[in-house]
Design a protein around this ligand. Structure first.
Ligand SMILES: *Cc1c(COP(=O)(O)O)cnc(C)c1O
Length: 357
């Protein structure tokens, strides 16, 4: 793919953060973005890298009315010797195509999407922070841009990629989080959009997560729409439990996002010879395991936080405490293993790291 590059003029370069220890998440954006348009009949055209800036959209653009939007989230790191690395990026673009299919949006050849990301990273190389734990977050996004209020799939789309330096996802660091088990609202239903990475799922999640924060919790644990018993995800992450010697995560049932980190954790834990299950798990079982002293760990997995230990679940007015509220052994080992592979400190035995030359 031939990508036209228009650099920001020196006077329009954005200010780089001076202090890498307080980057936060998703607040700072790099100098450039990738954009590419799609029209029915023409296909994808005009791939370009341009200075970061506002998009011009018709107020009737379909994304603004009916929510035809999907996105991805991945990171670029400084590997050995300052080399630029990506972690399993092809998984993100394969998933983006699954999301696109569900929302009647066009497919993007994975090779073209990888070209777009790597070209953008080369242009904004100077934005990738160097300290361990920091990274450049990459946000590919596709929106429906055709103007019109008829309800049907748009005939025009914009695919763009923005990036920005990030520190650790959680303000409090890798401390175990406190979770409210949500029984009123659901994030997704089987047959709905839950397995697509679509903005609409996040819109559906805001009220419950706002209520949880107002009650002093960090996030919510989502239960399945049918019965409000089986566990699905935690906040915007996949969930794992360690019960006795079994590592359990809910199966990809249709309402759960197939996380790249989830897949990496499953692969590593199986490799370590652990007893790993993808099976349904309900709140009754978790409560009983906690009461019997068998609930050893609970943790969320996702690109942003990698592994986020859960210290406590609030369920029907009771506190289900996990591992005395402390960071568990397995989640710490998994965190060290995945970030070690990402930062090139541990041999990449799965071929997950892609170097950008
Ligand atoms: C993105 C996302 C995840 C995590 O996926 P990763 O590929 O591991 O980053 C989990 N759940 C939801 C709802 C998500 O949107």
């Amino acid at each position: 793919m031939e990508i036209k590059v228009t650099l920001a003029s020196p006077g329009n370069m954005r200010e780089k953060p001076g202090d890498e220890s307080s980057l936060g998440f998703g607040k700072i954006f790099s100098d450039h973005m990738f954009v590419m348009r799609y029209r029915e009949g023409t296909g994808w055209h005009k791939p370009q890298i341009v200075p970061y800036g506002p998009l011009a959209l018709d107020p009737a653009a379909m994304v603004l009315h009916y929510g035809q939007e999907i996105f991805e989230g991945l990171k670029s790191y400084r590997g050995p010797g300052g080399s630029l690395c990506l972690f399993r990026p092809e998984k993100n673009f394969e998933r983006m195509n699954l999301s696109a299919r569900r929302l009647c949006m066009p497919q993007i050849p994975v090779g073209d999407a990888l070209d777009a990301v790597t070209t953008l990273l080369r242009v904004d190389r100077g934005w990738i922070p160097a300290s361990r734990g920091t990274s450049l977050y990459i946000r590919p996004t596709m929106i429906a841009t055709e103007a019109g209020l008829g309800v049907r799939p748009s005939a025009e789309y914009l695919f763009y990629i923005i990036t920005g330096p990030v520190g650790s996802y959680y303000a409090r660091g890798p401390e175990p989080v406190r979770i409210l088990v949500e029984e009123t609202y659901v994030r997704a239903v089987r047959g709905g959009l839950g397995e697509a990475k679509a903005g609409a799922n996040y819109a559906a999640s805001l009220l419950a997560s706002k209520n949880a924060k107002e009650s002093g919790y960090d996030q919510v644990l989502w239960l399945s729409a049918d019965g409000r018993e089986e566990v699905e995800e935690v906040g915007t992450m996949n969930i794992f439990f360690v019960i006795g010697d079994e590592v359990v995560t809910p199966p990809l049932s249709g309402s759960i996002l197939p996380g790249v980190t989830r897949d990496s954790v499953l692969t590593i834990a199986r490799d370590w010879g652990m007893n790993v299950s993808e099976r349904r798990i309900g709140m009754q079982e978790i409560k009983a395991a906690a009461a019997a002293g068998n609930l050893r760990e609970a943790f969320g997995t996702g690109t942003a936080a990698v592994i986020s230990p859960v210290g406590e679940l609030r369920y029907r007015g009771e506190n289900v405490v996990v591992n005395g509220g402390a960071h568990g052994e397995i989640s710490r080992r998994l965190f060290d293993e995945i970030t070690g592979i990402q930062y090139g400190e541990i041999p990449d035995r799965y071929g997950w790291v892609r170097r950008v030359e």
